[in-house]
Design a protein. Structure first.
Lengths: 547, 224, 302
């Protein structure tokens, strides 16, 4: 209908309203203002349903199903874990792109850029913490998504390939997280990735292993080339690959529909795509409201965790010459590190993970049991729980708790004042470390509660190793705190002992602590944050009032 | 929208509204839901706006205090050099801090002439009470005014902010005929040199240090 | 389990409104806190840089500049020094127009170009990787940050407390630091120095302190069994000296060890480093004899 006709028919105002309605309809790909309002009011759609049009005409909704079975919209059926993974991927993309703005992938600049980000860029620490938290959460959520699908038997026909792509996505998520691990270029990153890539070396024959390693690192050791390669993997290659497989995966999910709770259909049957009219929950508006509400809540949760609890760790700058004590892989590879402690590098680092991966991908093709009901799948569920328990035990074995013990004296100092990270000494901080000589074989009447706690900890850990190690007798720990410079204290830890033969041993380690240094717990309440807020508010309100 | 599409829309999708029973309570319920949805959309918009502000803050180039390009905290007004004493060199800030009778000034320590060929720092000649450029030999007075030499203009100045409490009380200002130093209201007022804001010196022909000298012919003086 | 799930759209919308409001408040709190947070982080990372510098200084620099930067005469100048930090001191003397921090940075990174005209026996080596040294750029910056952190204690010193000893104990005393001396032939210079030495005999205690013997050797009887850092303990030298080398008396052995240190090295110190071989020139014959006698005296006065 032409504009002239419209004006003739409805008058100018009416024509403008009609035109506005028209624009609105185009933007929503088929829903006019009246229908939109009826949708918000919760009115039922007309027949035929005009709210299906955005799915067929619009780009954004064309990949979403028009309706779901009522049973699969229950929160406890899927826990929205797939949606959550997608949401986290989007968060990672946005925060990642922003972080790239202040980052250059070269060993000369990477670490300095991290410090610049923390000290000089508003919201720099916030974005870094959120990116790190989101990455770790994504690994956890994707894994949980897989566990959920395993337990409900959702990988069974016809969804075998969906499961297969899902396993690929899990692997990509792990690699994405791991490739980002190197980028801060600190000791934590450097050594975790050195260990990780060294596993590639174990691929037989030796030539292949070395070549794989060279290709990954860009040199025999990780350096400028390795950093650049990991950076490109992290920001370009892996995300693109993940997006591709995400769409394959999601297409399959929509194509077959989300599997119904097993009890609601006959064994061997798949009725996800034959939803009776009275069981349909339409995407517009019900599921949309549900998903948006869920993501708003999760988004706030992520912000709150980042603001109040999570700090991305940053250790000393990467130093290829010095391996820190107790180097660990990221937590999601603890199981691998655990296996490496008990088996050979090739078996634990290449063969077992490879077999595990193939097994995981082959589950739907190996499992001939047609039933998805828990009571019919006792073997599968018990096997899954056993596998999970094994993973947890292996992960525990991957931590320094298991089978990594240095000399007792080294471990004692590592406990009270580790080379990297905080430790109780740095946690209580400069002002709670009184000058003097403090020995574990003497009692002190110190009024400083925090320092007392440190002395007790020192006593306890010395005593623990005295009892645990027969080669560590009559140990004495001596802590000497002296003022080295203005606002810089020197902490000299000295441990003396006698071994089983009566030979005296001696170990010394010196650290310095500056008054302004803030060491924190990696995962804990950010106790300084509220102080910053109140300081900032004071100066802001001062400026507003015009003092 | 083509005519064809328009027709199809009318035929396929536009159906008369189902007649509402029109019960009062139910109607209030439904309109409350609509209103809440708008409120929600509003909060989400504010949230997006907030994220936008955060992104703006994150992206905006920011210079660390006490590094060149940022603000230098000189301290209270009492920390300024005394009027008539030697200028203080601030190496990191690349400026000379002078307290003149008209107020404090921060001269960029780069000679105005050498900017094209590469920066050259000028120095303070205590014996002759003036700034000298070691390369081109241009001389400037303690107030930064051009005296003689090949430089095209008087010394450039960084903006000095005088802060009382949380408020900027006065700033270096460029007027058409001169650069005004900020007024220092009290000895406690804090002095900041903002090295991101530079005021170019006036052309050498306008230099007050030339007045009365034979180098410059001032039209007003001629007629008098 | 089904109770976990809210069906009511109104409840979902309210959840959405509430959580986005909370999110906005949290973001506003971050916005307000950013300036103080960045300030705290800035000094935090400066502090950590100083801590790293302290470790590096302790491992590499304290051997010549002293563990607390007080300097070791003959080895390295004092850094924790009023003269070093005050703008009218060191900076003015050497005519440096940049900041002291830049001077420190550059000296650490590139070292001293030469030791000509300097009283220091050792040359400051290059540390920065750019100049062939062992340290990365960030490590040089850390050490410089540590050195600069002495500013507070150094500027609080009185001139008497200042450990910096500019050109006091040099072999070439101020009398020889002139053009006339430089223009002499080598023989004439040697004669002039001998004459000067003969006129200015120092006590063994002075030599011990000023020639930096104490940098490596220890006189404390309490630590007689402690091997010490760079050189043997000399508290009980009189007991051992006579039996070290076949055919040499205690006096001959000690004398030889000073003027010709390479002739014999105690086995446990073979890998530590050589004693400077310049004492034959630096000490006059009288001083040497007095020093030997003093070192072998069981009841020596310190």
């Amino acid at each position: 209908m032409g504009l002239q006709d419209n004006i003739r028919e409805k008058g100018v105002l009416g024509a403008v309203a009609a035109q506005a309605d028209d624009v609105f309809t185009r933007l929503t790909a088929g829903i006019d203002v009246g229908e939109f309002r009826r949708m918000l009011q919760g009115e039922p759609p007309g027949r035929p349903n005009p709210r299906l049009k955005p799915h067929s005409e619009g780009f954004l909704l064309h990949i979403k199903p028009t309706y779901y079975h009522e049973s699969v919209t229950r929160f406890t059926h899927t826990f929205r874990l797939g949606l959550l993974s997608t949401y986290l991927f989007i968060v990672e993309t946005i925060t990642g792109i922003l972080l790239m703005i202040w980052y250059a992938p070269s060993p000369e600049r990477a670490y300095t850029d991290m410090i610049l980000l923390l000290t000089n860029i508003p919201f720099g620490q916030f974005l870094r913490d959120m990116h790190r938290l989101g990455a770790e959460a994504m690994v956890a959520i994707v894994t949980l998504h897989m566990v959920r699908c395993y337990l409900t038997g959702s990988y069974k026909p016809p969804r075998q390939f969906t499961w297969f792509t899902g396993v690929l996505l899990l692997v990509m998520t792990l690699f994405l997280s791991f490739s980002g691990y190197l980028l801060p270029w600190d000791q934590l990153a450097f050594w975790a990735v050195t260990i990780g890539t060294s596993m590639a070396e174990a691929v037989p024959p030796a030539v292949v292993g070395e070549t794989v390693n060279l290709l990954a690192r860009g040199a025999p050791d990780i350096g400028a080339n390795g950093l650049l390669r990991f950076y490109l993997l992290h920001v370009l290659f892996l995300p693109l690959l993940l997006i591709l497989f995400f769409f394959v995966h999601y297409y399959k999910v929509v194509h077959f529909g989300i599997s119904l709770p097993a009890d609601e259909e006959e064994v061997g049957e798949d009725t996800a795509n034959r939803v009776p009219a009275d069981k349909r929950v339409y995407y517009l508006p019900d599921v949309l409201v549900d998903e948006t509400s869920f993501m708003t809540v999760i988004n706030t949760l992520l912000i709150l965790l980042t603001v109040f609890f999570f700090q991305a760790p940053l250790e000393h700058i990467a130093n290829p010459q010095s391996t820190p004590l107790h180097t660990v892989a990221p937590w999601y590879f603890y199981w691998l590190q655990g296996m490496l402690k008990i088996a050979d590098k090739f078996i634990a680092g290449v063969l077992m993970p490879g077999v595990l991966l193939v097994l995981l991908m082959a589950i739907p093709y190996l499992d001939y049991n047609p039933s998805r009901r828990g009571k019919d799948r006792k073997v599968a569920i018990v096997a899954g729980i056993v596998a999970g328990a094994v993973m947890i035990i292996l992960s525990w074995m991957g931590t320094p708790e298991y089978a990594v013990q240095g000399a007792p004296a080294v471990e004692i100092v590592q406990d009270v004042m580790p080379e990297e990270g905080s430790g109780l000494s740095r946690e209580i901080g400069y002002k709670h470390l009184p000058l003097g000589i403090w020995r574990t074989d003497e009692e002190y009447d110190v009024h400083d509660h925090e320092f007392n706690e440190l002395l007790h900890e020192f006593n306890d850990v010395v005593d623990f190793y005295r009892r645990a190690d027969p080669d560590f007798n009559a140990p004495i720990g001596i802590l000497t705190i002296s003022q080295d410079q203005p606002s810089l204290k020197r902490l000299n830890w000295e441990i003396t002992w006698f071994d089983a033969q009566g030979e005296a041993g001696n170990y010394e380690k010196t650290f310095w602590l500056h008054e302004d240094s803030i060491y924190w717990e990696q995962y804990g309440w950010k106790h300084l944050f509220l102080g910053y807020v109140s300081d900032g508010w004071k100066s802001l309100s001062g400026a507003l009032v015009g003092e | 929208m083509t005519v064809h599409q328009d027709l199809r829309r009318q035929q396929d999708w536009e159906v008369p509204l189902p007649v509402q029973p029109g019960k009062g309570a139910e109607h209030r319920e439904t309109s409350r839901r609509e209103l809440l949805t708008y409120v929600w959309a509003g909060t989400l918009a504010v949230m997006t706006l907030g994220s936008g502000i955060a992104a703006y803050q994150f992206l905006y180039p920011y210079h660390r205090a006490n590094t060149f390009g940022g603000k230098f905290y000189i301290g209270a007004a009492t920390d300024l050099p005394l009027v008539g004493s030697e200028p203080q060199a601030n190496v990191d800030g690349r400026f000379w801090l002078v307290n003149t009778e008209t107020g404090p000034r921060a001269f960029s320590n780069i000679c105005p002439r050498s900017l094209a060929t590469g920066p050259v720092k000028f120095t303070w000649d205590a014996d002759r009470n003036r700034f000298d450029c070691p390369v081109c030999g241009t001389k400037f007075s303690r107030e930064g005014h051009y005296i003689e030499g090949p430089a095209p203009r008087s010394l450039d100045q960084f903006v000095i902010e005088v802060v009382t409490g949380h408020k900027v009380f006065a700033k270096t200002k460029r007027l058409p005929e001169e650069i005004i130093a900020p007024v220092v209201p009290s000895p406690e007022a804090k002095i900041l040199v903002d090295t991101s804001k530079i005021i170019e010196g006036f052309a050498r022909m306008d230099s007050p240090a030339l007045r009365g000298s034979s180098l410059k012919v001032v039209p007003g003086e001629l007629s008098a | 389990m089904h109770r976990l799930y809210t069906r009511s759209p109104i409840a979902k919308i309210v959840w959405g409104i509430l959580s986005s409001l909370i999110g906005i408040i949290a973001l506003l709190m971050v916005l307000v806190s950013e300036n103080p947070r960045m300030e705290a982080q800035t000094i935090n990372w400066q502090g950590r840089s100083i801590e790293n510098g302290a470790t590096l200084f302790d491992n590499n620099c304290s051997r010549c500049h002293g563990p607390s930067g007080q300097g070791l005469v003959g080895l390295g100048p004092a850094l924790n020094s009023y003269y070093f930090f005050t703008p009218t001191g060191r900076m003015k003397d050497i005519g440096w127009v940049g900041s002291l921090e830049d001077y420190v940075l550059l000296t650490i990174a590139a070292g001293r170009p030469s030791k000509a005209g300097s009283q220091w026996a050792e040359v400051m080596p290059t540390w920065g990787g750019n100049y062939g040294g062992p340290m990365r750029g960030d490590q040089v910056e850390d050490v410089a940050a540590y050195v600069m952190n002495w500013r507070g204690s150094a500027l609080a010193q009185t001139p008497e407390e200042d450990p910096f000893r500019p050109f006091e104990d040099v072999l070439q005393s101020t009398e020889f630091q002139n053009t006339a001396f430089i223009l002499m032939s080598e023989e004439e210079q040697a004669i002039a120095i001998e004459e000067y030495k003969a006129l200015n005999t120092r006590s063994p205690q002075e030599i011990w302190a000023n020639e930096a013997c104490l940098g490596c050797h220890n006189l404390s009887l309490a630590q007689a069994d402690d091997p010490g850092q760079n050189g043997p303990n000399m508290a009980d030298l009189f007991e051992r000296a006579g039996s070290r080398v076949e055919g040499l008396t205690a006096e001959e052995y000690v004398y030889q060890s000073i003027v010709e240190p390479a002739a014999f090295t105690v086995a446990t110190y073979e890998n530590v480093g050589q004693m400077p071989q310049t004492y034959a020139e630096k000490l006059s014959e009288d001083e040497l004899q007095a020093l030997v006698a003093w070192l072998l005296d069981p009841d020596r006065e310190e």
